[in-house]
Write a protein that binds this ligand. Structure first.
Ligand code: F6P
Length: 378
């Protein structure tokens, strides 16, 4: 019988974290289960810092609130945790400390709200014997085995509004407006917002681009009197035979994504200006996509995911991720979510054996974009 559960939110924040927390807490309370929240994701699990979550405290009135009321950590692979010893950086496997903390406080289940890396650690904790249920989060929409992650719809909606606003200024000044959106390995945000906003070009990591093709599309528009164009670029997009654009190396420890992306949009803007003769400007949308209130869709999806996760806990179905498959709530084993990346503590994402969900060429979004003449840079 489940009596006491805890939630942790991990990785980059998204709109909808709190709606998931609320969905879990409310469902738990309806079944007389006590709910707690670890502070700052896996860091809280390691430091054994948690708070009680119930409808009389901070878990109340949070449905429309951005961020996470229990924080989140972006640099916490507790299987290879960065520490300093005698002035030297060392990486230590502190996962057993986490397991001990969970056992000591008698948590019957831990809910891990996070993206592919968070769910990789979640699966690794299952191997170590903890009862875990994952909930798929990320604005990039690239968690394997689910059609959609919470936070994605809000990001697309923010990007679409930005495209609408760029349209009017582009038209007024006869410019190419490039919008750089997030999406490290997957171009979902760029592709969907390009369709929603009526962009002319969308460049995504899955299709290494030929800048000449994008320029040709813009020139064809000039020929019919359209002296402006909108180009959406994923931060992870790169030219054929070229590299992704990076900004900084971040030393967040082994097992976390260490490279900060940046510059993809600016690069495209400069090259298009040269090739077309039109003035070009780049806007980087950045963290706007992750902050603020969730869309109605994300509020509902997050609530569904949260309540489903608690239902699964009550049924004692552990080691799984809540997913949406063809519009229906479901769950899949975390083993399936991490794919071939079975080594404990290994990094997820950007590796050959990782299982992130990228845009495939037979996806309806790709077909639709091509049908309506959006240039995908190929
Ligand atoms: O994975 C989600 C994401 O928003 C990426 O699109 C982006 O590259 C990254 O997080 C940025 O992370 P950080 O918060 O560490 O800068």
């Amino acid at each position: 019988m489940i009596k006491k559960v805890a939630i942790l939110a991990n990785g980059g924040d998204v709109s909808g974290f709190n709606a998931v927390i609320r969905g879990i807490v409310k469902t738990a309370e309806n079944h007389n289960v006590e709910c707690y929240g670890f502070i700052e994701g896996y860091k809280g699990l390691l430091n054994n810092e948690f708070i009680r979550l119930d409808k009389t405290n901070i878990a109340s009135g949070i449905l429309a609130k951005g961020g996470s009321i229990i924080g989140s950590s972006t640099n916490a692979n507790v299987f290879k945790y960065k520490q300093e010893e005698n002035g030297q950086v060392v990486y230590k496997d502190l996962s057993d400390v986490c397991v001990e903390n969970v056992r000591k406080d008698e948590f019957d289940c831990i809910f891990t709200l996070g993206g592919d890396s968070t769910q990789k650690s979640a699966r690794d904790f299952c191997v170590k014997g903890l009862n875990i249920i994952g909930v798929p989060k990320t604005i990039d929409n690239d968690v394997a085995c689910t059609d959609i992650t919470f936070g994605y719809n809000t990001a697309v909606s923010v990007a679409t509004e930005a495209i609408d606003r760029l349209h009017t200024t582009a038209e007024t000044h006869h410019r190419i407006m490039v919008l750089e959106v997030m999406g490290r390995e997957a171009g979902w945000i760029a592709l969907e917002s390009a369709i929603a906003g009526g962009a002319d070009v969308a460049l995504i990591p899955e299709i290494p681009y030929d800048i000449e093709k994008a320029a040709e599309k813009i020139k064809r528009r000039q020929e019919i009197g359209k002296n402006f164009s909108i180009v959406v670029v994923s931060e992870g997009a790169f030219p054929k035979g070229g590299n992704i654009s990076t900004k900084n190396e971040r030393d967040g420890g082994e097992g976390v994504i260490n490279v900060q992306l940046g510059g993809a949009g600016e690069k495209v803007a400069k090259e298009l200006e040269k090739l077309t003769g039109l003035t070009s400007r780049c806007t980087v949308l950045g963290y706007m996509q992750r902050g603020g209130t969730p869309t109605a869709y994300d509020r509902v999806l997050s609530t569904k995911y949260g309540s489903k996760a608690m239902e699964l806990a009550l049924e004692e179905k552990f080691g799984v991720l809540t997913v949406l498959k063809n519009g229906k709530l479901d769950y899949v084993p975390l083993e399936e979510v991490v794919g071939d990346n079975k080594e404990l503590g290994a990094v997820q994402g950007g590796t050959t054996n990782s299982n992130v969900r990228v845009v495939t060429m037979d996806d309806d979004l790709v077909k639709t974009a091509r049908n309506i003449g959006i240039c995908l840079g190929d």
